[in-house]
Ligand binder design. Structure first.
Ligand SMILES: [Zn+2]
Length: 405
């Protein structure tokens, strides 16, 4: 295969950045060795990336690398992704709260959101209110020379067209050009990314050896994302991981998507609190109270029903996708361990692989900051010029997305 030099250069840059993300801190020689590159080639890429403020030299050594350094008798200059200057803005759009962070390329493993503001559908003009508060946030964060803004959104996102098609729980965003508003606050490229996809990318970065999994996040809704061989699974339509909208027989709760009986109406934050209020009237119905209630009473039948519904959808996905690992993030991980134990057991009994192999159901922290940086690096800093983007979904555009009635 013949590569034009610029593409080869870009591939090498990508590979080197990816390797450094895995290793955390490494010397030029260690990077060259890990990548099978000559030292001059690796050194040249490193110098270019330092000039671009993408990498920086550090005196810090990772534990594994200390041995190598001491064997060589000199520490050598180590490299890391730049942690001194923020390069991206990360925005997380929630049902009510939007959170904002300035991100360095070597973002910390734990999420942080220094700025936040609230806008609800009850606002007379939510899009205008969102814009006004976003402008204030941009001022509060300050900074400059950002390469782009990564906007994490729930719902159906056409990432190629940079457009939100359908947002079951925040309908006002469907009629709004969110990217255009963001550009008025920071005049740089804006990328929309589906929120669970960002979480899955972040989880993969923090656990590079975990490269085939289904991530399911529980919160205001329930959504999933699939990573296969270290990459988000490609889907022909701009819809993926909408596990929360699996119908549950006998469930009559209306869902924001317009259907009745979706699984997330039972097990989202609101869904669980609604069931809790019905099962234990006369007590306080906060999330903390629910947690204490479960600690005292275990998994009551109403909670078991909700967990069984989630597990059935998860097990069905594993059976179809050919995966054996589920990563659970979000609100369920905040409840007593008995909840995830129950869920894990129910997933095992529905997953065919568990009959003769091992199915893993693990909980993990949300790492959306890291996932956003991964999106920024892959799509803005070192985009793969050959990478095929799905064509904008014309059918979905011309007929408009399905609406709740
Ligand atoms: Zn639904």
């Amino acid at each position: 295969m013949i590569y034009v030099p610029s593409r080869m250069g870009q591939l090498n840059r990508r590979a080197l950045l990816r390797q450094l993300q895995k290793m955390g801190v490494a010397s030029r020689a260690e990077l060259a060795k890990a990548l099978g590159m000559s030292q001059p080639t690796a050194g040249k890429i490193v110098d270019e990336l330092i000039a671009m403020d993408v990498l920086e030299e550090t005196t810090e050594s990772s534990a594994g690398n200390l041995d190598v350094a001491s064997q060589l008798g000199r520490p050598g200059r180590k490299l890391q992704l730049n942690r001194s200057r923020p390069k991206f803005i990360g925005l997380q759009l929630g049902l009510k709260t939007t959170t904002v962070v300035d991100l360095t390329l070597g973002a910390a493993a734990e999420d942080r959101w220094p700025v936040s503001f609230d806008v609800t559908s009850a606002d007379a003009n939510p899009a205008k209110a969102w814009e006004r508060k976003l402008l204030q946030s941009a001022k509060a964060l300050g900074g400059k020379d950002y390469l782009g803004v990564i906007l994490s959104v729930p719902g159906l996102v056409d990432e190629a067209a940079n457009r939100l098609l359908f947002s079951p729980n925040i309908h006002w965003t469907e009629k709004t050009d969110m990217a255009a508003i963001v550009r008025r606050a920071w005049n740089v490229p804006v990328l929309l990314v589906q929120e669970e996809r960002a979480l899955a990318l972040g989880h993969h970065l923090a656990n590079p050896d975990c490269d085939n999994f289904l991530l399911v996040d529980f919160g205001e809704g329930v959504g999933g994302a699939i990573i296969v061989e270290g990459k988000p699974l490609f889907n022909p339509l701009p819809i993926s991981g909408e596990i929360g909208h699996t119908p549950v027989p006998g469930n009559r709760r209306p869902c924001g998507c317009g259907a009745v009986g979706c699984m997330e109406t039972l097990i989202s934050l609101r869904g669980l609190l609604e069931s809790f209020a019905a099962a234990a009237p006369g007590t306080e119905h906060s999330w903390t109270a629910l947690s204490s209630y479960i600690a005292a009473h275990g998994v009551k039948p109403w909670l078991a029903e909700a967990l069984d519904a989630a597990a059935a959808a998860i097990a069905g996905s594993l059976n179809v996708l050919g995966l054996r690992r589920v990563v659970i993030t979000g609100s369920l991980t905040e409840l007593p361990p008995v909840v995830l134990e129950y869920l894990s057991h129910a997933v095992q009994s529905g997953a065919m692989w568990a009959r003769f192999g091992q199915v893993e159901c693990v909980s993990a922290p949300r790492r959306r900051n890291a996932g956003m940086v991964a999106v920024g690096i892959n799509r803005l800093l070192v985009p793969d010029v050959r990478e095929k983007r799905p064509a904008p979904a014309k059918a979905a555009r011309s007929k408009a997305a399905p609406r709740a009635r």
